[in-house]
Design a protein around this ligand. Structure first.
Ligand code: GSH
Length: 285
C-alpha cells in the first residue's frame, strides 16, 4: 500500500534514494521481505527498527508507518507498507527474477491474503510459546500514545490500528489464553492440510517453480515449528519442502535467530514441558 505524501509526517524520508527497508531481524513479515529481496538479488539499505526496544512506537516511525508495524519500504522517497503489497510493488519495478508469475496472479493474491489473515494466529502462538508474557507485553502508555497518534493512510485514519491495540491490551491483562491457542492452532491445521495436498502434487506450492508463495508460507511454517507445532510428524510433504528451502542460504540466514532469543525460548519451553503446557499438551493434533 502506497502512502500519500500528505500521510507522511517524517518528511526526511522523502529524500531517501534506493530501496530502504525499515525492518526487525526477528519479525516474520520482515524475514519474508528479506528473503524476497535475496531471491531477487536487489541491493537495499537497512534501517533496523528494534521491536524489543519498542522503536515501532516512536513518533518518528509512526510518521512513516501510522500502523506502527514493520516492515516499511521507502523507495526513492515513496513509502509503502504491508509486506505483501511491498513485495508486489517491488515485483512491478524489478522483473529480473519472476516470483509473481502473471498467469497465476489470482491464485497468488488469494494465497497471500490467506497467509496474511493467519498473522494474528502466528502472533498468538509466538507470544504464548516463544516470548514469555513478562517480556512480550507492551507498555500500556505506549499503546495509548499509538492509539492517540493521528496518522493517516491514503488520507484516512487507520481502521486496522485499533485491532492491534486491542490485541496488545488484552495480552497485557491476560497473556494468551488456552482458547486463543486452540483457535489459532486449528486455523493453522486447516492451512497446513491444504499446503500438504499442494505439495503432494508439485515440487513447490504453486507448481514446480519457486514463487512468492514458498517465501510467504516458509516464514509461517518456520515460526510454528519453533512454537512446537508437530509439522514433521503430521505433514511429510511440507517437511521435505521445508528442508529443501532451509538448505538454501537465501532462506535460512534470514530466520537464524540469536543467542538471547534461543535462551529465552528454551527456558520457556522447559517450563512448559514440566508444567505440561506445551502446544501439543493443549491442542489435540
Ligand atoms: N500485515 C502486516 C503485519 C505487520 C506486523 O504485524 N508486523 C509485526 C512484526 S511481524 C510488528 O511490527 N509488530 C509490532 C507491534 O505489534 O507492536 C504486514 O504484512 O506487513
Amino acid at each position: 500500500m502506497l502512502l500519500d505524501h500528505s500521510d507522511i509526517q517524517t518528511k526526511e524520508v522523502l529524500n531517501w534514494k534506493g530501496f530502504n527497508l525499515l525492518h526487525f531481524a526477528g519479525s516474520a513479515c520482515s524475514q519474508k521481505l528479506r528473503i524476497f529481496l535475496n531471491l531477487k538479488e536487489i541491493d537495499w539499505i537497512s534501517h533496523h527498527i528494534d521491536l524489543t526496544k519498542n522503536e515501532q512506537f516512536d513518533s518518528w516511525y509512526l510518521g512513516i508507518n501510522p500502523r506502527g508495524l514493520v516492515p516499511t519500504l521507502v523507495h526513492n522517497g515513496n513509502v509503502h507498507i504491508e509486506s505483501n503489497d511491498i513485495m508486489q510493488y517491488i515485483e512491478s519495478v524489478n522483473t529480473d527474477v519472476v516470483l509473481f508469475p502473471n498467469e497465476h496472479i489470482n491464485e497468488i493474491i488469494e494465497s497471500l491474503e490467506y497467509e496474511d489473515s493467519l498473522h494474528i494466529d502466528l502472533r498468538t502462538l509466538t507470544f504464548r510459546f516463544i516470548v514469555p508474557h513478562k517480556l512480550g507485553k507492551k507498555d500500556l502508555k505506549l499503546l495509548d500514545e499509538k492509539e492517540n497518534f493521528k496518522g493517516t493512510i491514503q488520507g484516512d485514519l487507520d481502521r486496522n490500528k485499533q485491532k492491534e491495540i486491542d490485541f496488545w491490551k488484552q495480552h497485557y491483562k491476560n497473556g494468551i489464553t488456552d482458547d486463543q491457542v486452540i483457535k489459532s492452532a486449528k486455523n493453522f491445521i486447516v492451512a497446513l492440510d491444504k499446503l500438504e495436498k499442494k505439495l503432494s502434487e508439485n515440487k513447490y506450492i504453486l507448481n514446480d517453480n519457486l514463487s512468492i508463495l514458498d517465501v510467504a508460507w516458509f516464514i509461517s511454517i518456520n515460526r510454528i515449528i519453533i512454537t512446537g507445532f508437530p509439522v514433521k510428524y503430521n505433514y511429510p510433504n511440507i517437511k521435505a519442502w521445508f528442508q529443501m528451502l532451509s538448505s538454501d542460504n537465501r532462506f535460512s540466514r534470514e530466520v537464524k535467530g540469536n543467542m538471547p532469543l534461543f535462551i529465552i525460548k528454551n527456558t520457556l519451553g522447559l517450563y512448559n514441558f514440566f508444567k505440561k503446557r506445551r502446544l501439543i499438551d493443549i491442542v489435540k493434533f
